[in-house]
Design a protein around this ligand. Structure first.
Ligand code: AGP
Length: 592
């Protein structure tokens, strides 16, 4: 994880770096630092906490060349000492990734008399570069790359080369932006797309050198490579919303659904490629992490229902180590909002090595996962900055539903489902209208210590996702599970302090789920129902009700997620937590 930024040019490097770090803060926000070269001297400033603290502390800095970092701690606590940049001799370094053999290298360097200030693997890498330095920084980086194991993207200043930034990459993302007399580097091009629309996506094993408007690229043996540029979407990224990104993004769900549905249904060549890739395979596996995995659970449920084909859903973090039963007759659908989650990327690479076809379902068109996939399906949800995935999850669920209809032979049913899918944006808008009631419920239940979510079929997938959402932004203990499983153990946890929320969008299992809920009430727990069914609400036996817009059993789960995301959001606010930056988390998990 972590975000890195570099700049060389005529602008104030500090301003460009702070701007980039603010955008990359979704990658980690426990501390931030920068290093600027001015008058041949490198000045380093580090601060714990958000980038805003670093911005304040560096207001007066000048200089046209520098590097910056926003951190999600892997090695060592989030302290100022462990914060990047790290300096060893002539080298000042920022890093995203994990050096797996740092302990061995550290011992070797210590035996040569080297001293370390921090607990980080990054300082060890900086020290290794300095140890290998014989007057040419690129040679030191190339030699260091041969010794380093693990994932990394480095931006490096060398005291002997003011006005230059040295770059090196393996597995972690690193993009260079080329402007008029200036160069940018960042973990993600969103950090500099307000300045230039020309980018170079560095590949694993490459080393780069940035000067004022000059970028040189080498392979790991320092043989010069041709620099291939790509056009990226320019323009300034979205500013801070009036309230929180999480709320703003939940309210953007109707547009995310509309654009995602149009992207699939409006593209005949994409539909053909979807049919080609799925029809030549016998088996479907869906994989992802966190919310993306929960979207796979929803995708599995929707695919099995529409297509009557079995689908496996696997955590990418498990898939990569389980010797998966995957071959050249398997299609693996890798789901990832960011397109750069390390476990999902590793699962994709493993699936490819076993001969499988890979379909990437992602919100990031130029991400690492799309570069490995045979086919990319884009969720057109737009940028998602809050750590909690919201509109991207809804867009993933809608995309699964669209793909299922594209693949279905049952033309009569398909026509009906397509009509329902096209209503998703307006259903989502109706679901958003419940925000006021949901806020009031969060005020009522804000002090609960445990919240359980239950459901069956696709509602089980929603229960798991609702629970994850609540945990990550409100820190309330929560579990999501299949409604019928409650009585097989978890019921022992139910007392007067528990809140159990039943999600009921499926008519055929409604009564069964309610039985589980009444078992909770009988034991003193509070019960809430989230449902589109008026007759169930009329039973009037619930402590709280969230009514969702009525629609078919296929589309109702997609829109029912919206009030549940709002519930997590308002619980977060109720408990005085910043929902956009919950503790210990980062938006993009690019390490194992
Ligand atoms: C979602 O709210 C979480 N922040 C997290 O579980 C996330 O979904 C997971 O890390 C996967 O990210 P990705 O979709 O970018 O691959």
């Amino acid at each position: 994880m972590c975000g890195i930024v570099g700049y060389v040019g005529r602008r104030n490097a500090r301003d460009v770096i702070i701007h980039g770090l603010e955008i990359l803060e979704y990658r980690g926000y426990d501390s931030a630092g920068l290093a600027i070269t001015e008058g041949g001297r490198i000045s380093v400033v580090k601060k714990t906490g958000y980038v805003a603290r670093l911005a304040k502390a560096t207001e007066r800095m000048g200089g046209g060349c520098g590097i910056g970092h926003t951190r999600w701690a892997t090695h060592g606590a989030p302290s100022e000492i462990n914060c990047h940049p790290h300096t060893a001799g002539k080298f000042t370094v920022v890093h995203n990734g994990i050096i797996e053999n740092f302990a061995v290298i550290k011992r070797r360097l210590e035996s040569k008399g080297r001293k370390f200030l921090s607990e980080t693997d990054t300082e060890v890498a900086a020290c290794l570069m300095d140890d290998l330095y014989k007057g040419d920084p690129t040679e030191a980086l190339a030699a260091a790359m041969k010794k380093l194991k693990g994932a990394f993207a480095f931006a490096v200043l060398c005291a002997d080369c003011p006005g230059e930034i040295f770059l090196m990459k393996r597995h972690s993302p690193l993009v260079v932006g080329l402007g008029d007399g200036e160069c940018f580097a960042a973990s993600d091009c969103s950090a500099f797309c307000g300045y230039t629309d020309t980018a170079v996506f560095m590949k694993d094993g490459e080393i780069g050198v940035m000067g004022e408007g000059v970028f040189t690229l080498y392979d790991g043996n320092l043989v010069k490579k041709t620099v291939r540029t790509e056009k990226i979407g320019g323009g300034a990224p979205c500013g801070q919303p009036a309230e929180d990104f999480m709320k703003k993004e939940i309210f953007e769900t109707p547009a995310a659904l509309r654009d995602t549905v149009n992207a699939v249904f409006g593209d005949d060549s994409l539909k053909k490629r979807i049919i080609d890739i799925f029809s030549k395979n016998d088996k479907v596996v869906m994989t992802g992490c966190g919310t993306a995995y929960n979207a796979c659970l929803m995708g599995k449920s929707l695919f099995e229902r529409v297509l009557r084909v079995p689908v496996e859903a696997e955590f990418a973090s498990e898939f990569r180590y389980k010797n998966p039963i995957v071959d050249d007759k398997t299609v693996v659908v890798a789901v990832s909002q960011s397109g750069e989650t390390a476990d999902t990327l590793a699962a994709v690479r493993l699936a490819k090595s076993l001969g499988a076809d890979v379909v990437a379902l992602t919100n990031a068109g130029r991400s690492a996962i799309t570069r490995e996939a045979d086919l990319t399906l884009l969720t057109a949800a737009g940028p998602e900055r809050a750590v909690a995935a919201t509109k991207s999850y809804s867009a993933q669920a809608a995309a699964f539903l669209c793909v299922a209809t594209v693949l279905s032979y049952d033309m009569k049913t398909v026509e009906k489902i397509r009509e329902e899918i096209c209503c998703l944006p307006s259903l989502a808008s109706k679901a958003l209208a419940s925000a006021g009631e949901v806020k009031a419920l969060a005020a009522l239940y804000g002090k609960k210590r445990s919240v359980f979510f239950i459901g069956r079929g696709p509602d089980y997938a929603l229960a798991v996702e609702s629970s994850l959402k609540l945990k990550e932004v409100s820190y309330v203990h929560s579990e999501g599970f299949a409604a019928g499983e409650l009585k097989h153990g978890t019921l022992a946890l139910i007392d007067r302090d528990a809140l159990v929320i039943a999600i009921v969008t499926q008519r055929h299992t409604a009564e069964k789920t309610l039985s589980a809920l009444y078992e909770v009430k009988a034991r003193g727990g509070k019960i809430m129902i989230v449902t589109p069914f008026d007759d169930l609400i009329a039973e009037n036996r619930f402590d709280a009700v969230i009514k969702t817009p009525p629609s078919s059993g296929l589309t109702a789960p997609v829109t029912a997620m919206i009030p549940l995301q709002l519930f997590a959001y308002y619980m977060s606010k109720e408990r005085g937590i910043n929902p956009d930056k919950p503790r210990n988390l980062a938006k993009s998990v690019t390490v194992e």
